[in-house]
Design a binder for this molecule. Sequence first.
Ligand SMILES: Cc1cc2nc3c(=O)[nH]c(=O)nc-3n(C[C@H](O)[C@H](O)[C@H](O)COP(=O)(O)O)c2cc1C
Length: 237
Amino acid sequence: MTETIKLMQSHSSVRRFKEEEVPQEDLNEILTAAQMASSWKNFQSYSVILVRSQEKKDALFELVPQEAIRQSAAFLLFVGDLNRAEKGARLHTDTFQPQGVEGLLITSVDAALAGQNTLLAAESLGYGVVIIGLVRYKSAELAELFKLPDYTYPVFGIALGVPNQKHDVKPRLPLENVVFEEEYQEQTTEVIKAYDRVQTEYAGARATTTWSQRLAEQFGQPEPSSTRENLEQKNLM
Ligand SMILES: Cc1cc2nc3c(=O)[nH]c(=O)nc-3n(C[C@H](O)[C@H](O)[C@H](O)COP(=O)(O)O)c2cc1C
């Protein structure tokens, strides 16, 4: 096992941080590692907004009340970004048509890969990290707070800091329920129920709902309309 694999296999999200700064040098290393992630056609269709002022973190916390945001030493907002693409494309064409699912997938995947590099680089330096996807539910408000222009939207944030908690590694689904040989293998509900038990046991006293109940909460209703509205407003749909 390599040190890199060991690091990856020992990941667990950290949501409580000490009141300690992250030196600029470390942030530079982390973000340079983030930038080396692969991206669709090397378009690098994302940007990162580094939030360090407590004032801005508090303003964000008002919108997205996740304790990790206001406790973080740095909050990194990952923005899906075709704004630079527009400027590049317009050097050669009068039409720019990024609206649709492809543009969203390109930008979200690029941001996610850079985000995962950020997470691993930060953890390798001993920092704690959690991804905050709930920012999407306040897309329009975030667009205003961070002055996001056309063709950009918040994908997720990363709260980063010196850890003040440590959880055991969260058990994943058994590998054979996720990785299939040669063709797709649809899973039985027994697999789901078994993982519900694993997750409940892992969470112990912290368990309030089961894994499948959380699936029901997420997918048992239409998606929040605010995300779509913001994408329409930013000319991405
Ligand atoms: C796209 C994405 C969005 C997430 N959003 C949140 C969030 O808003 N709040 C939070 O506390 N955790 C969030 N998480 C963290 C997940 O809950 C966590 O990764 C998952 O439960 C697995 O736990 P682990 O990271 O500790 O292994 C998010 C993770 C991802 C990948």
